[in-house]
Each structure stands twice: as C-alpha cells, then as structure tokens.
Design a protein. Structure first.
Length: 123
C-alpha cells in the first residue's frame, strides 16, 4: 500500500524496505525537472529529515524522509533521466530505498484517497 506525506513524497514498504519517491501530482506541479540531488547509500536518516532536493524551471523543493532507517539504495539514473518520474512516478520513479527501523511510522501518512482529497483542497 502506498502512503503519502503532505510534502508529496510517497512511501511503500515491502519486507522492511521502504521505497520513496514523489507523487505524479508533484511531478506535474514541478514541470520540467532540471536537477535532482540524492543522498549516499549508507546514510542514516530520521523521519522528517531532508534526503535531497529536486529543482525545476519553476521551483526548488526539498525531499523529506518518511521514516527512520538507513538508505540502502539510491536511484542514481534519475539524475540523468528525469523522464522516468513522469513515466512512472509510483514505480520506476522511486528515488531512495530505506531499511526502516520502524515501518509503522508510515501509518501516520495519508492513503491515496486521503491524499487526493488533500490535493483537491490545496488547489
């Protein structure tokens, strides 16, 4: 199940590994992405920390971690091919994977339905 933060990052946990990316809504709102900065594998993170930055012709946005843990994978291909985000934000567009210390932290995030309502009210 995908869970989503108010800052537009999504998280999906499988076997204690949490994949994190940004939502299609965020990708569309950013427009043409020109730069992505991602962290190093092995970085220890806490929920709410920034893990990187994404810049577009419209804006620069920090990227936030949804749970505590250690970064075990980074999708470095995104730094050279931003179209992956547009093509498959919830799949191939993942940015980092975290070995979660406490996956239940994701319970505090929104469901896809709650996020859709949140976005509608935000516009």
């Amino acid at each position: 199940m995908i869970k989503i933060a108010k800052t537009h990052e999504w998280a999906q946990c499988k076997d204690g590994i949490v994949s994190v990316g940004i939502t299609p809504y965020a990708v569309e709102a950013l427009g043409d992405v020109v730069y992505i900065e991602l962290p190093e594998v092995g970085t220890t993170v806490s929920a709410g920390d920034t893990f990187g930055e994404i810049e577009s012709v419209k804006a620069a946005s920090e990227l936030f971690v949804p749970c505590d843990g250690e970064i075990v994978a980074v999708h470095n291909e995104l730094e050279d091919d931003f179209d992956i985000l547009k093509a498959d934000a919830y799949g191939a567009g993942w940015m980092i994977q975290i070995k979660a210390t406490d996956p239940s932290q994701l319970d505090a995030l929104m469901t896809e339905a709650e996020y859709a309502e949140f976005v509608e009210n935000e516009e």
